[in-house]
Design a protein around this ligand. Structure first.
Ligand code: EPZ
Length: 419
């Protein structure tokens, strides 16, 4: 098991070139399974979750090669429709292959996916949606066996009770080669959904309305290969903004996705952190001590404040002037990072979905454990702003979403090493 050793106190300054989005890359890699040809994915981040997706593709009979910043996927030899348990458990996005495998093979065997522990993360909406498209689902020895008797899913109208990101993606992946028209009402509107649809359109799919609550998909017989550039990662972008806000200094984030990061930017600006936007660059500058936020920070589906940036924003507000109140509305257990912050000297009280953060003048280093991907990244930010040295364990969580994290932080002047 690897750890980060971080010594805080340095102001971070410099430039960062933003990596491609993990939460786009994973469903897009699943989408490449639908194509009986070669897809070249540019700006594909090099992450453990991307390696997991690559292992799934290879196991299904495809050829997936990852090199720096590029994934080349040839699915012409697809031969299997079963994902073994150990690969399903590596990440939540393994479930995204269900829609794609059904779309291509008419049958699939999967199991409950892994991923960050953020409370209960059922897949009931995924399964119910597949059933509406003509998929028969049974439990065989603890595995989920999905089968389309006619071999091809059919279009239908699906109204989601909640705009689930993964469910929306799974329906799209199954519907693009289904027979007829599929309509998704109350669809998720996250930018990564649009990125998946843009990729699928490049492959010949007919999709309208992505980015809005009603998505209409007209199934086509076949998809063809393409070259596609994955969008920049808006959550990693928010991470570097919060890092500057917490440690002081100045940062230029290049290749940034400004409008997609807007829900985070508009909140952090209220803390007094200076943000200047130009073309696809974000310039961040922190001067005086941050101010606590007057309004409650409520996590919501896009375009609301993203749950994935809740811990990240909190890491910057631990030492702000005044009290900030968070309300986590997407996951029922997404405050596990707060124990580590308290160990570092933060004053935080959690009551159900609410966390009250009373700003303290400073925090100190401690021995702490990363609890999940974004919580772990938030702990790195806190450690960089703390007095003294922090030993952070379980950093495999962070490696799932941040490309060459310690190299990037070191290049900005942060003291961090992996051991
Ligand atoms: C995606 O997860 C992201 N993951 C998450 O990012 C992100 O936090 C989340 O969307 C919300 O924005 C990827 O894109 C790979 P959901 P997903 O389905 O698709 C409940 C990160 O750090 N639900 O929108 O799993 C669910 O329990 C990760 O990069 C059901 O009840 O999110 C949750 O409470 C963490 N039944 C809520 O919906 C279902 O069948 C939102 O989940 C599906 C979901």
């Amino acid at each position: 098991m690897q750890n980060f050793v971080i010594t805080g106190g340095n102001r971070l300054s410099g430039e960062i070139n933003l990596q491609g989005s993990k939460n786009s890359a994973l469903p897009i890699m699943a989408g490449a399974f639908l194509v009986s040809g070669e897809c070249v994915l540019k700006s594909c981040p090099v992450l453990t979750d991307v390696y997991s997706a690559s292992r799934i593709l290879n196991r299904l009979g495809c050829k997936c090669r990852l090199s720096s910043g590029e994934a080349v996927i040839d699915s012409s030899g697809a031969s299997s429709f079963e994902i073994p348990d150990e690969l399903m458990r590596e990440m939540r996005s393994s479930i995204m292959f269900m829609g794609a495998i059904l779309g291509r093979m008419g049958e699939c065997i999967v199991s409950i996916p892994g991923g960050c522990e953020l409370g209960s993360r059922p897949i009931d909406m995924h399964l119910a949606s597949m059933q509406k498209m003509g998929v028969e689902i049974s439990d065989i020895n603890g595995k989920i066996h999905c089968r389309i008797p006619s071999g091809r899913a059919h279009g239908t109208k699906i109204s989601l009770s909640f705009p689930s990101v993964g469910t929306t993606e799974n329906i799209i992946l199954c519907a693009v080669t289904a027979k007829g028209e599929t309509i998704i009402n109350n669809a998720a509107r996250e930018p990564e959904i649009c990125d998946l649809c843009n990729f699928l359109r490049c492959c010949g799919a007919e999709i309208k309305g992505d980015g809005e609550s009603r998505i209409v998909i007209n199934g086509v017989e076949k998809l063809h290969g393409c070259e596609y550039t994955i969008m920049p990662d808006r959550i990693v972008c928010a991470t570097y903004i919060a890092m500057t806000a917490a440690t002081g200094g100045e940062m230029i984030i290049k290749n940034a996705c400004i409008s997609e990061t807007e829900p985070f930017i508009s909140v952090i600006e209220q803390t007094g952190c200076g943000i200047y936007l130009a073309d696809n660059r974000i310039y961040v500058r922190k001067g005086a001590r941050l101010r606590a936020l007057k309004d409650r920070i409520r996590t919501m589906p896009y375009p609301g404040f993203p749950t994935d940036t809740q811990a990240i924003l909190m890491s910057a507000l631990i030492t702000a002037d005044g009290t900030s109140v968070f309300e986590e509305n997407i996951f029922d257990c997404r405050y596990r990072h707060t124990d580590a912050f308290v160990k570092m000297g933060a004053d935080i009280q959690v009551m159900g979905k609410v966390a009250v953060v009373r700003g303290v003048p400073e925090i100190h280093g401690a021995d702490i454990e990363a609890t999940d991907l974004r919580g772990g990244a938030a702990m790195v930010i806190a450690a960089l702003s703390a007095e003294g040295t922090t030993h952070l364990s379980n950093i495999y969580h962070i490696d799932r979403g941040y490309e060459k994290f310690e190299e990037a932080v070191s290049s900005l002047g942060g003291k961090i090493r992996r051991e």
